[in-house]
Design a protein around this ligand. Structure first.
Ligand SMILES: Cc1cc2nc3c(=O)[nH]c(=O)nc-3n(C[C@H](O)[C@H](O)[C@H](O)COP(=O)(O)O)c2cc1C
Length: 204
């Protein structure tokens, strides 16, 4: 490690936000390449690297992803009642059409036995999520904004994008230039939820 690395890393960790508001400027190919390169250095159980990324720049396809999102959002809104429901209705929960790049990160179930998965096969999916986190940080370091959209029905996403049969989409990520400067989670700013201290105990 070099002097200053820790401070630089912490600047990125603190600056990372989930973004849903994007400008229209395209994402530079070299910057996109570096974000994707985060998958190369990401940890994975048994070095399985069980992921595949589909880059979605086509606006018609992003509209189809948004249609999928909109249907899920209607269903989700029904799960909340009273004031909570009104607040939910006011939330912006994605930037699928505005963000010039969408990244579908799919889980690729390994064909062979994977070291480290005997007691917990979910470690394979966790590996995909941990790789997404590195890409999120890499995007932040590029000055880009990334937003994870989980309100998407994976079967519909698979069909709309014509993904290969062996892919299981786990994450849809919006990537672009952030239109808002966010110094705390947006859900905290709008009063939906607040950050909590770490739940922690020790066994010394
Ligand atoms: C697995 C996962 C799924 C998420 N899905 C959504 C989503 O569908 N829509 C959304 O607006 N934010 C989504 N988020 C972002 C969270 O709301 C956000 O991370 C949290 O509020 C903390 O804010 P911060 O990331 O800016 O620190 C998701 C985050 C994760 C990790």
């Amino acid at each position: 490690m070099q002097p200053g690395d820790r401070d630089a890393l912490w600047r990125v960790l603190e600056a990372r936000r989930d973004h849903r508001h994007f400008g229209t400027d395209p994402v530079d190919d070299a910057a996109l390449g570096r974000v994707l390169d985060a998958f190369r250095v990401a940890p994975s159980v048994g070095l399985s690297q069980p992921w595949h990324v589909t880059v979605v720049r086509n606006a018609t396809l992003r509209q189809a992803v948004h249609d999928n999102f909109a249907a899920v959002r209607v269903r989700e809104q029904d799960r909340f009642g009273g004031e909570r429901r009104a607040l939910y209705a006011s939330l912006k929960l994605e930037g699928i059409r505005e963000a010039p790049v969408g990244l579908v990160v799919s889980f690729v179930p390994p064909v062979e036995v994977t070291l480290g998965t005997t007691s917990g096969p979910s470690a394979l999916e966790y590996s995909v999520v941990s790789a997404v986190t590195l890409a999120w940080l890499a995007a932040t370091a590029e000055g880009l904004g990334l937003g994870w959209v989980s309100l998407i029905e994976p079967g519909g996403l698979h069909a709309a994008l014509g993904l290969a049969p062996h892919l299981r989409p786990l994450a849809y990520l919006c990537l672009g230039h952030p239109a808002l400067e966010l110094h705390e989670p947006l859900l905290q700013t709008v009063g939906w939820a607040a950050r909590r201290p770490l739940a922690l105990d020790w066994r010394d």
